[in-house]
Design a binder for this molecule. Structure first.
Ligand SMILES: Cc1cc2nc3c(=O)[nH]c(=O)nc-3n(C[C@H](O)[C@H](O)[C@H](O)COP(=O)(O)OP(=O)(O)OC[C@H]3O[C@@H](n4cnc5c(N)ncnc54)[C@H](O)[C@@H]3O)c2cc1C
Length: 404
């Protein structure tokens, strides 16, 4: 790693957002150094939903074709009451005139990152370093100097611009002393995957289902070869129990048996607990450092929007950074903040919060009224289109594009 030259852009973090930022910058002709703390890409269970506009954007990086081949196209999703099988089913077909991809794609984040990594490796403008962790940052007049720890020691690395795509616990955000205001939801959620054929037992299931059950709720998301089940605490469980307590295989078994009772035990392939936060930084633009993805905003996974929002940041930011590096005004970087931050705050965090609160509500009368409201929207093509434009993140992107 050179200690002398100033590289145009250093991207910190090779999650989906960092990988996409580096690839987009390369498409604009900009050379980047991409630093990843881990020695290989993380493969933990995380995002599985790609929304229509994200699929359109990823066409530009040549990734969508392979994703469509390996993933599952989901034209409908639903909110349902477990005991009665009553449901409101939303059909993305009403978006046929709005997008080339009127469906969600169920495709694992880790598989997506692997595809993006292969594209990064094939791109001569990107220099990728694994095991390279940013530990320090010094602002200079015309550059930023990063202190990078790697297995051989520590080195400084100068860049004209730095993209902080280092995730929810962002080191760069901390080094910039940017607050990450918001809240942490009380409950620990457990994500479990199983090959059990729920579709043979629960009538009228869609590939994506948000379900009320008794005093609790669950979500069932289909992937090509398994179901992902999100399990939430019951009223008699301490919602704030340490994540490992909620991740207990016996608790998982009890909750799965409640969804579909069977004589044998469920085969659970993988399971992981996670806590959910809703937070956003006060600005995405801190001098020569730009924040993107989870480093800038985090929200409930309900609705599957966090990573999609970060990928949208990547495309917007790369375009603006390339413009500045080609001699354009630095105002472009302020425009990135003006376009992307309000959309995350007003469209994404707020919708995800509504989705999460809807499914955590246990009042039977409220649930009945909400289901009836959603059924009425789903049955009216104009209202359904409006609803799906927002939940598919198209409304937010249109709003961002109108901001100058
Ligand atoms: C259970 C679950 C389900 C989800 N489902 C969805 C979904 O369906 N759809 C959706 O859109 N979103 C979903 N999300 C959210 C999604 O996973 C995140 O929004 C996404 O991972 C954010 O990507 P990122 O690149 O910003 O950050 P990350 O994926 O966290 O990547 C950050 C990278 O930076 C590296 N790094 C950190 N610090 C440093 C450092 N100092 N130096 C160098 N490298 C560093 C890390 O090792 C990591 O590889 C889900 C999340 C969870 C937990």
């Amino acid at each position: 790693m050179s200690t002398q030259a100033t590289v145009p852009v250093v991207v910190v973090g090779a999650g989906p957002v960092g990988l996409c930022t580096a690839l987009c910058l390369a498409r604009h002709g900009v050379a980047t150094v991409l630093l990843e703390r881990e020695r290989q890409l993380p493969a933990d269970l995380r995002a599985s939903t790609f929304h229509p506009p994200t699929l359109e954007m990823l066409e530009d990086l040549g990734l969508t074709g392979a994703m469509l081949e390996g993933g599952l196209r989901v034209p409908t999703w639903q909110v349902r009451q477990h005991e009665t099988h009553e449901r409101a089913v939303f059909d993305l077909g009403v978006l046929a005139a709005d997008t080339r991809h009127p469906y969600r794609l169920q495709f694992e984040q880790a598989a997506f990152c692997q595809l993006a990594l292969d594209a990064v490796r094939a791109e001569p403008r990107i220099r990728l370093s694994f095991g390279a962790e940013v530990k320090g940052l010094v602002r200079l007049d015309d550059a930023v100097s990063l202190n990078v720890a790697h297995p051989g020691g520590r080195d400084p690395l100068r860049a004209r611009y730095v993209v902080a795509a280092d995730g929810a616990s962002s080191t760069l955000r901390r080094l910039l002393a940017l607050p990450f205001e918001g809240l942490t939801y009380p409950e620990t959620t457990v994500l479990a995957t199983t090959t059990f054929p729920f579709e043979n037992h629960l009538p009228g299931l869609s590939p994506v289902n948000y379900v009320w059950i008794g005093d609790s709720n669950y979500a069932l998301l289909r992937l090509p070869d398994c179901w992902r089940v999100s399990l939430y605490p019951d009223p008699d469980e301490d919602p704030q129990a340490e994540p490992w307590r909620m991740d207990d295989p016996e608790r998982i078994e009890v909750k799965l048996q409640r969804i579909v009772p069977q004589t044998g035990r469920y085969t659970v392939i993988e399971h992981r607990p996670y806590r959910v936060h809703q937070r956003i930084v006060p600005t995405y633009h801190s001098g020569r450092v730009l924040l993107a993805g989870d480093a800038a905003h985090v929200n409930s996974p309900s609705g599957g929007m966090g990573m999609n929002c970060g990928i949208h940041d990547a495309f917007s930011l790369a375009e603006k950074l390339a413009g500045v590096l080609a001699g354009g005004s630095e105002d472009l970087l302020a425009l990135y903040d003006r376009q992307r931050r309000p959309v995350a705050a007003d469209e994404i965090l707020r919708q995800a919060d509504r989705n999460r609160n809807r499914m955590r509500n246990t009042d039977p009368a409220w649930r009945r009224a909400e289901l009836a409201r959603l059924q009425a929207i789903a049955a009216d093509p104009a209202a359904a289109r409006e609803h799906l434009l927002a939940s598919s993140m198209i409304t937010g992107l249109r709003r961002a594009a109108a901001i100058q």
